[in-house]
Ligand binder design. Structure first.
Ligand SMILES: [Mg+2]
Ligand SMILES: [Zn+2]
Length: 522
């Protein structure tokens, strides 16, 4: 319902749109932990609870609210905010050379532990109720952070003396996890608009929401396969057999989890488990009972329609190996981690598909005909490294004409992502226009035979992407091999580049995508 650190006016708008079914709470950044319950004219609790830090801000806000129909009064309530659980018990064995006497989350970047950056980022977004699970050298973490008051948060700890599996502690803590909570790894570097993710989770009434993103090595990563609404259909571990062509969609290790999912995991494991049994020896096998988050809690929710992928291009990387640690550190110090947070405006390079990314073969209907042009993966890798988002915008009138179905088109795009992924390149988003304005083809889909706002040369797809990814179009580029691409780019207010020859008013031209990208990035 509320989103990130929007200005006051945006929030007023949210309030006006709220309905009774949306009774909810949302932590807002930089506000005191005070809740104001609003009542409607019948003195029923109105659909929102509002956190406010500064009285002046509240006064300003409230003056806006008074004008919202149905809102009349308020009372002060008690604080409820989404709890955050940070798993900081990792052994760090792969980083042993760097972490001989410290747990992984305490590795410093610029003199400050990784976990401290994580906590500050949470605090700045209004997540101040933290529960940290520790085991290996946990005292180092507890001594450093204490109760969290120095950082403006409240921290409690769960010290796991016997290893319980990475989710055993969650089940032990079941009674204090009474509402949906955020679950993070203590050894990842990220900067993510968490309130945006919470909003996504709440809108879908999800049991679990997984933060997912494309990465540069999908071929050896676990993958999530989801339907067009983002509901997870299957959970493929690294070693699982995968389809020939797949979407580059990897679990980044940031989750929102309902405690109901924990109960389901307890109930599901053969004979029902109780939290007390975890960490004790199984009477039959003699082995300590442990719980694995991915395998025992999350994966079984695939195909239930209750677990969703939240796709985002924001920065999340683990620091599992010394090489990765160095790369992540460099990104952090250069500000590349922070810049990708969707609260900050983004720059994009939009790419046409046919003739720009893949070899033009008329209207592409057969997946076998999809073939990347030379050096395209290399060019997209450069875009990925540049900080620009890479977003594909393509007209696909073959859908309206009934020549390709939506699932077939998805497969063609899976092939594109797979081929790019094999070369370490990825796209951050993909938009296609399925429409076509001219009627009268055999087999056409009548409802798609419209004069839409998305078919290039119209800018609809770019405008939609700008909204979805907080893109500053004036700082962005549209690249394509046709006049329609250049006109769409111009209509959206982007700079434009043509692959090939022609004079359509573009800002620059090149022989290939690689050539154009080289010129744009300099
Ligand atoms: Mg084209
Ligand atoms: Zn369209």
């Amino acid at each position: 319902m509320f989103h990130g650190d929007n200005g006051i006016r945006t929030r007023d708008l949210c309030v006006a749109n709220a309905t009774l079914s949306q009774l909810s709470y949302v932590p807002l950044p930089d506000y005191y932990n005070t809740i104001f319950l609003f009542f409607n004219q019948n003195f029923c609790v109105s659909p929102f609870i509002f956190f406010c830090r500064k009285r002046s801000v509240f006064a300003e806000y409230f003056s806006g609210v008074r004008s919202v129909p149905g809102t009349r009064s308020y009372v002060k309530g008690t604080m409820r905010e989404m709890k955050t659980v940070i798993m900081a018990g990792g052994l760090g064995s792969r980083l042993a050379s760097m972490t001989a006497d410290m747990p992984k989350p305490m590795i410093p970047i610029g003199g400050k532990p990784v976990l401290e950056y994580e906590i500050e980022s949470l605090r700045d977004q209004g997540f101040t109720d933290l529960l940290i699970t520790v085991s290996y050298l946990g005292n180092v973490i507890m001594d450093h952070f204490g109760d969290g008051s120095k950082l403006g948060v409240h921290i409690t700890y769960y010290n796991e003396e016997t290893p319980l599996g990475n989710a055993g502690a969650l089940l032990k803590l079941r009674n204090s996890l009474t509402e949906d909570f955020l679950l993070l790894n203590g050894d990842a570097i990220f900067d993510v608009d968490l309130n945006r993710m919470v909003k996504f989770h709440q809108e879908r009434h999800a049991l679990v929401t997984l933060f997912t993103h494309p990465n540069s090595h999908p071929y050896d990563s676990g993958l999530l396969v989801a339907d067009e609404n983002g509901a997870v259909l299957s959970w493929l571990a690294k070693e699982d057999e995968r389809p020939k062509y797949y979407k580059n969609r990897v679990n980044a290790g940031i989750h929102i989890i309902s405690p109901k999912a924990l109960d389901m995991a307890l109930a599901k494991n053969g004979a029902p488990l109780t939290a007390e049994m975890i960490g004790t020896k199984d009477a039959q096998t003699g082995k300590v009972i442990k719980i694995d988050l991915d395998r025992q809690i999350l994966k079984p929710l695939s195909g239930t329609g209750q677990m969703f992928c939240y796709d985002s291009p924001e920065y999340v990387k683990d620091m599992g190996t010394p090489e990765r640690f160095l790369a992540v550190t460099e990104d952090f110090l250069q500000g590349r981690v922070q810049a990708k947070n969707l609260r900050n405006s983004q720059r994009a390079i939009f790419l046409d598909r046919d003739g720009t990314i893949n070899v033009m073969k008329g209207f592409l209907r057969d997946i076998e005909e999809f073939e990347l042009l030379p050096l395209v993966a290399e060019a997209i890798r450069k875009i990925n490294a540049s900080g620009y988002l890479c977003i594909v915008a393509t007209n696909q009138p073959v859908i309206a004409r009934g020549e390709v179905t939506v699932p077939q088109l998805a497969q063609i795009h899976n092939k594109m992502e797979t081929l790019l992924g094999l070369e370490g390149a990825y796209i951050d988003g993909l938009y296609y226009c399925p429409h076509h304005p001219h009627k009268g083809y055999a087999g056409e889909v009548p409802e798609l035979k419209i004069d839409c706002a998305c078919r290039k040369p119209k800018p609809g797809m770019l405008l939609q992407a700008a909204q979805d990814f907080h893109i500053d179009l004036a700082e962005s580029w549209m690249v394509g091999d046709g006049e329609n691409d250049i006109l769409a780019g111009k209509a959206a207010g982007c700079r434009t580049a043509l692959v090939g020859h022609g004079a359509f008013g573009q800002d620059l031209s090149g022989e290939s995508l690689a050539d154009v990208v080289e010129k744009i990035l300099g």
